[in-house]
Ligand binder design. Structure first.
Ligand SMILES: [Zn+2]
Length: 310
């Protein structure tokens, strides 16, 4: 029954259905006028919390962008970037964006609280996507939504996929953190095959040039603000906007958000999935590390000034 959900016209009902279809319960944080940013909080049973915050900012157009972080609970720096980005959108004098925006600053709040990459006993959350080219669907035989490896998806992942299939964002910025922070020659060699702090794209087939250009513009802009992105190898012969998917050691088998999102499915067109990998995992500790605060804030500025521009 859960595999076919009809979505009514607007507002809270959307999020309610997207959440309940994923097996999440739903609470409204605050009641706001239709023109204001919409904030919703979703609670995960059976523990009853903590909440998954979801923010919706209506733009000048119905074209959508999605900014998501906290897929990996160990990567707290990325969550801080998403929160800083939110603060810009929430400013009283912030102009209405061109694209309508959905922001999920932390998809797995419980894992973030314990700094866990994945939920104990579950596969890597960024490897729980359906097979490339397929929509997620409920498998009556398994009693759950299954990923490309016939494993049950977690409710948070199903909710993310519901959001994507419903709003059909044209671009996704997925903010992570990368532990490869050794910038010695040996470390840089390791980044070439294993990835590292960078801004990369999983481009849409046929739109590689455009999608690479956006990732490069973001990387150059962030770099100009002092963000460390050694794995982009900017202004060198090895300059790249692609993550070394083929050579990087996989945390677990499965399809990533970038691999799945960048290819069309029956429900939606292909999406330019931009992956932001912060330098290391840490956040600024609420500004206690001012240097780190500035670096993460610069990434939020990059999202605001480059990623969300038409
Ligand atoms: Zn990650």
């Amino acid at each position: 029954m859960r595999k076919s959900v009809l979505f009514p016209k607007s507002g809270w009902i959307f999020l309610f259905l997207l959440a309940t279809a994923a097996g999440l319960s739903f609470t409204i944080k605050s009641s706001v006028p239709a023109s204001a940013p919409v904030a919703a909080e979703l609670t995960t049973p059976p523990t009853g919390g903590p909440n998954i915050p979801v923010y919706y900012f209506p733009g000048e157009t119905k074209r959508h962008l999605l900014v998501i972080s906290g897929i990996h609970g160990s990567e707290a720096g990325g969550v801080e970037v998403a929160e800083m980005f939110l603060q810009r959108l929430q400013k009283q004098d912030a102009p209405k964006p061109y694209f309508s925006l959905i922001v999920v600053p932390v998809l797995f709040p419980e894992n973030l609280a314990s700094r866990l990459r994945a939920t104990p006993g579950q596969p890597d959350p960024n490897r729980q996507m359906p097979a490339v080219g397929k929509d997620h669907r409920f498998e009556p035989r398994d009693g759950c939504y299954t990923d490309a490896h016939q494993r049950c998806m977690e409710p948070e992942v199903i909710f993310l996929l519901n959001l994507i299939n419903h709003y059909k964002p044209e671009r996704i910025a997925s903010i992570h953190g990368h532990r490869n922070t050794d910038t010695s020659p040996a470390g840089l060699l390791d980044m070439m095959s294993g990835g590292g702090p960078s801004i990369t794209t999983d481009p849409r087939p046929g739109h590689e040039k455009k999608d690479d250009a956006l990732a490069l513009a973001m990387a150059l802009y962030a770099d100009s603000l002092g963000v460390r992105l050694p794995a982009n190898f900017l202004r060198t012969g090895r300059q790249t906007t692609r993550y070394p998917n083929e050579t990087a050691i996989k945390a677990s088998d499965g399809v990533s958000l970038g691999q799945w999102g960048s290819r069309p499915t029956p429900s939606r067109q292909a999406i330019n999935v931009v992956t932001v990998e912060t330098f290391g995992y840490e956040n600024s500790g609420g500004g206690r590390d001012p240097w780190r605060w500035r670096e993460l804030d610069a990434l939020a500025t990059t999202l605001y000034n480059v990623f969300m521009k038409p």
